[in-house]
Design a protein around this ligand. Structure first.
Ligand SMILES: Cc1cc2nc3c(=O)[nH]c(=O)nc-3n(C[C@H](O)[C@H](O)[C@H](O)COP(=O)(O)OP(=O)(O)OC[C@H]3O[C@@H](n4cnc5c(N)ncnc54)[C@H](O)[C@@H]3O)c2cc1C
Length: 413
């Protein structure tokens, strides 16, 4: 019988941080990883809290937490633990050679591939907006055949943004392969080759002056390091700034590979392609979870379990026409009673969406509770987007909740 101290289910950001935290405490951890999670389609930047439920900005996210509703995950996690968790995350990135910029006390407004600004807190050095202050010579670098990055639109929109005003030149790089649509991933892989990087630098150096700021899609490699950034900075003597963009999110891929390497180094046993289909429960405790594959079922026993399977998008919650279910422990999912009340009438409204807040309600130790507030399973904790009570998309808190609830869950079990 395989028995761990802790089994973590789900290898999105919440599960990876939970596994790392628990292993760092000397626990024997097994991570059941069905897939990559939303990290690889979402930006690998950490939004902590961009605004409150009424839409007012949260310039200092940590200071704004006490103003959130009681049911919000940050209120369960606690201000001090959120700070501790974010500092823990920053420490991991530093130790793994991919240090980040930012803190939980201040919003940074970073440019997107639409030329708008997004409030976030922690970003890689490739998104260091302090370079904006260093020069007025700003250039948007586009790539021929690249989808979903339109330099002219970005230049036009950015020029109207506070702190970003001024003129933007446009430069287009032609990759040596084409004739088809390219994604950021194609360009990033090209720049990872010595020839690709040199060719890119040659084309750029013919078109840009030294000391310019080059704003580009996130293409500076897929690995969690700054090799390409540093090489280009040195050889072109320019500043570089990656924008946030739509999937595939290269910055998310970098972060995922950093965290997977990190947990493996800590001795976490990572079981890939493990789809958890059920659990063995006795007297309010989980004894094991069960995975299923084409050939057989396997049971994973542990003293405690962390459920970090994501929301409807990640597969942790399944929405039917009139209810939402959590398929592994069959936990009650906090949902508005009437199906008609799951959404606002306007999809892109200036209010939170009730469906976005659907999830599992927890106690102060992140254990699942029922509608009377009674703890249901004493050795199971919930982390990440599976949690009820927050609309991460509206308030800009997705990865911040994932990091801090993963950390708190691992500290609580
Ligand atoms: C398009 C998009 C853009 C976003 N952009 C940002 C952003 O810029 N900044 C930000 O902070 N947040 C952003 N977010 C939100 C953020 O990505 C998530 O809130 C956060 O990463 C959720 O992490 P998680 O680990 O809880 O869930 P997920 O990332 O959903 O991970 C859940 C994991 O559990 C696995 N799983 C599910 N069911 C099972 C099962 N039965 N057995 C085993 N494994 C299972 C899934 O395969 C997945 O690997 C974005 C989200 C999306 C969708």
């Amino acid at each position: 019988m395989r028995k761990s101290d802790i089994v973590v289910i789900g290898s999105g950001l919440a599960g990876l941080v939970a596994a790392s935290t628990a292993a760092g405490q000397g626990k024997k951890v097994t991570l059941l990883a069905q897939g990559a999670g939303t990290l690889t389609i979402a930006g690998g930047i950490i939004d902590i809290l961009g605004c409150l439920g009424d839409g007012s900005p949260a310039n200092n996210p940590i200071a704004a937490i006490p103003r959130l509703a009681q049911e919000h995950p940050y209120r369960k996690i606690g201000v001090e633990t959120v700070e501790e968790a974010i500092n823990y995350f920053l420490k991991i990135c530093q130790e793994e050679g991919y240090p980040q910029i930012g803190s939980c006390n201040q919003i940074q407004w970073i440019p997107t591939a639409a030329g708008t600004l997004k409030p976030t807190c922690i970003v890689p050095r490739t998104m260091d907006i302090s370079s904006l202050e260093k020069t007025t010579n700003r250039i948007i670098v586009g790539f021929k055949y690249l989808k979903d990055f339109y330099p002219r639109l970005i230049a036009q929109n950015l020029a109207a943004m506070p702190g970003y005003g001024g003129n933007y030149e446009i430069v287009t790089i032609t990759p040596p392969f084409g004739g088809r649509d390219l994604s950021n991933l194609d360009i990033a892989r090209w720049l990872e080759t010595d020839e690709g990087l040199k060719e890119f630098a040659v084309q750029l150096s013919q078109k840009v002056k030294r000391g310019s700021l080059l704003i580009m899609p996130p293409v500076l490699g897929t690995s969690p390091d700054y090799r390409i950034l540093n090489w280009l900075k040195k050889n072109l003597e320019c500043y570089l700034l990656e924008t946030v963009t739509i999937p595939p999110a290269i910055t998310g891929l970098r972060l995922r590979s950093l965290l997977i390497n990190h947990v493996k180094k800590l001795g976490v046993k990572v079981i890939e392609q493990a789809v958890v289909t059920g659990s063995v429960i006795e007297n309010g405790r989980c004894l094991a979870v069960v995975t299923e594959s084409a050939d057989r079922q396997r049971s994973y026993y542990a003293k405690s379990f962390i459920l970090a399977t994501g929301g409807i998008y990640g597969g942790g919650l399944i929405a039917n026409s009139d209810q939402v279910i959590e398929p592994i422990f069959n936990l009650p999912v906090k949902t508005p009673l009437e199906r008609d009340n799951w959404t606002n009438q306007t999809l892109f409204s200036n209010r939170e969406q009730p469906f976005a807040k659907i999830g599992i309600a927890v106690d102060q130790r992140m254990r699942p509770i029922d509608e009377t507030g009674t703890t249901i399973l004493s050795n199971v904790c919930i982390a990440g987007r599976t949690l009820a009570g927050y609309d991460y998309c509206f308030e800009k808190s997705g990865n911040g909740v994932a990091v801090s609830s993963g950390y708190k869950a691992a500290m609580s079990v």
